[in-house]
Write a protein that binds this ligand. Structure first.
Ligand SMILES: [Zn+2]
Length: 275
């Protein structure tokens, strides 16, 4: 049996580190001269708070991009967190340990060696609303929250202004999932992408939280183009099974590499009743 979870960090810029714990979803720590922000708490396994405070002794806020089980489950280690209110109910439905073990099994084959006692449980603290346009002043480093519903109805992205970095989280990627009950329609998502696009001259790099965790800026235009094709019925509309459920993939992929056949990157998985 394991007795603890190991965390690690990787420097991305002078203001940003990528944090990894157990599982495939990474976290970020943004730091200015006076304050920090922990972005997401992943699956909530292990002492993330102890790890953060082993290298950061100034104040910091905890900001959750969206309420999914692989991003928000560690928050009970803190008394206060920022998250958009649309995802609050979602979060309470996703703390089940068996569900988290099943999700983690794909990237952590020995997850059964980690006892239940290492899993953080439901949140007992206080939520602060994370809303569109909010700016966190970290001291010579400013972080703006931008609302981007689609993947979930409370999905938020973060612009690190001085570093010209956009944290898209799960909002816009190579396989943007829009098929879940908590997802917005494709039409709402297309509008959210247009809103994100209005910030396009303020960043050069796009970071995400799964897979390669980084994309070219063109990922936004590609997702918008794909969303518009779904809306006008001209996408490739390929059957796509995910955890036993049948959905649709908008653009054809090479099954071996899981990348688009036409060489572009943005792609969307959607449900017929949510267009
Ligand atoms: Zn998600």
């Amino acid at each position: 049996m394991k007795t603890k979870v190991d965390f690690s960090k990787e420097k991305i810029t002078d203001h940003l580190d990528r944090i990894r714990g157990l599982g495939d979803a990474c976290m970020y720590f943004i730091h200015g001269q006076t304050k920090g922000i922990l972005v997401d708490t992943a699956y909530g396994v292990g002492d993330l708070k102890g790890y953060i405070e082993s290298f950061w002794d100034k104040p910091y806020d905890v900001v959750i991009t969206h309420g999914h089980a692989d991003h928000a489950n560690g928050i009970d280690q803190w008394d206060e967190v920022y998250m958009n209110h649309h995802d609050k109910n979602l979060l309470s439905a996703k703390t089940d340990i068996a569900l988290r073990r099943a999700m983690l099994k794909r990237s952590v084959p020995d997850i059964d060696d980690y006892p239940d006692s290492l899993f953080q449980m439901g949140f007992h603290g206080r939520f602060h609303e994370l809303e569109d346009g909010m700016v966190f002043d970290l001291g010579q480093c400013h972080v703006q929250a931008i609302y981007a519903p689609g993947h979930t109805q409370g999905m938020m992205t973060l612009l690190i202004e001085e570093d010209r970095i956009m944290l898209f989280g799960d909002a816009c990627g190579v396989f943007t999932f829009l098929f879940k009950p908590e997802s917005s329609s494709v039409a709402v998502y297309a509008d959210a992408l247009k809103h994100l696009k209005s910030y396009e001259d303020r960043y050069d790099r796009v970071l995400r939280q799964h897979g390669t965790c980084e994309s070219d800026k063109s990922i936004l235009d590609e997702n918008l183009q794909v969303a518009q094709e779904i809306l006008n019925g001209s996408d490739d509309h390929i059957p796509f099974e995910y955890m036993g459920e049948q959905h649709w993939l908008a653009k054809a992929i090479d099954e071996k590499t899981m990348t688009r056949k036409d060489g572009k990157n943005g792609n969307i998985v959607y449900a017929s009743h949510k267009i």
